[in-house]
Design a protein. Structure first.
Length: 285
């Protein structure tokens, strides 16, 4: 009987223990499940929150990026516009300068062409009746210019030529040239008396006379050769003065600078036919 009670007691205790343990285990599992569920719920909430934050960050970044890009574009646009405007202005300025230069060059070329077209070149006519040579006390009108000495007569000789410049009235002289070609040379006049001097003088629209032998004037040029072609500036300037004064003659004297003939009885002179002396002029009006 006592054994049965002990056994019953033991069984009861075991059942109690088992019940307790079962209850404890079940309770623990439930709590654990609740904890796990809570954690899962918290995790989901955290994930949602994280996702929301991520989206927010993305939106913020996106918005910030768009704003930055917009601001950048906004800031760059005026710069590009200004630079574009400056480039356009510079290009327009360059184009205008090139156009102006081109137009100026065209105008200059046109003006030069017009000026050249307006120029007139002419060999001025000599007046034979007003030209000739003087041998000290002898006048030979309308003959060749014979500067030098007369040889047996021992006279110094000078040549004079008169040009009709009436067609130059009111003209602007652009250039002037005096040329001469000898027909005969006697002796060695340039070696003895040279150089040959050409001087601008004036005796008027009449025949040359004895008193004209020592006329004063301005030296135009001098030559150490029988044949010559010279375009000295003084010729152009002096001819312009005569034209401006209204005189219609331009007159020249050919001579050698010598105190007297050499007295050797030999002729030393150069003969220039009147038609071999040219006064060439280019002018405009």
């Amino acid at each position: 009987m006592q054994k049965r009670r002990k056994l019953l007691f033991v069984v009861t205790v075991i059942l109690v223990i088992i019940t307790f343990l079962s209850t404890f285990i079940i309770t623990g599992c439930g709590r654990r499940a609740k904890v796990i569920a809570a954690k899962e719920k918290a995790g989901q909430a955290e994930e949602q929150q994280s996702g929301s934050q991520t989206e927010t960050v993305k939106e913020t970044v996106k918005s910030g990026t768009e704003a930055t890009v917009k601001e950048t574009i906004k800031e760059e646009e005026p710069k590009v516009t200004v630079e574009s405007a400056e480039n356009t202005e510079a290009k327009e300025s360059t184009d205008n300068e090139e156009t102006t230069a081109s137009e100026s060059a065209e105008e200059t070329t046109a003006a030069e062409t017009e000026h050249l077209d307006a120029l007139v070149a002419v060999d001025l006519p000599f007046v034979a009746a007003e030209s000739g040579s003087i041998y000290n006390d002898h006048v030979y009108p309308g003959t060749a210019l014979v500067p030098g000495d007369s040889g047996d007569l021992n006279y110094e000789a000078r040549g004079f030529i008169s040009f009709d410049i009436s067609q130059l009235s009111g003209a602007t002289i652009e250039s002037a040239k005096i040329s001469g070609k000898s027909s005969t040379v006697y002796g060695t006049p340039i070696a003895k008396y040279g150089p040959l001097i050409i001087k601008a003088v004036y005796w008027g629209a009449r025949a040359v006379a004895l008193d004209d032998f020592n006329l004063d004037g301005i030296e135009i040029t001098n030559n150490l050769k029988n044949n010559f072609s010279k375009s000295p500036e003084v010729l152009k300037e002096d001819l312009q003065k005569v034209v401006d004064s209204g005189i219609n003659r331009y007159q020249l004297c050919f001579y050698f600078e010598m105190p007297q003939a050499d007295g050797d009885g030999e002729v030393d002179d150069i003969q220039y036919p009147l038609e071999n002396i040219d006064l060439s002029v280019t002018y405009s009006k």
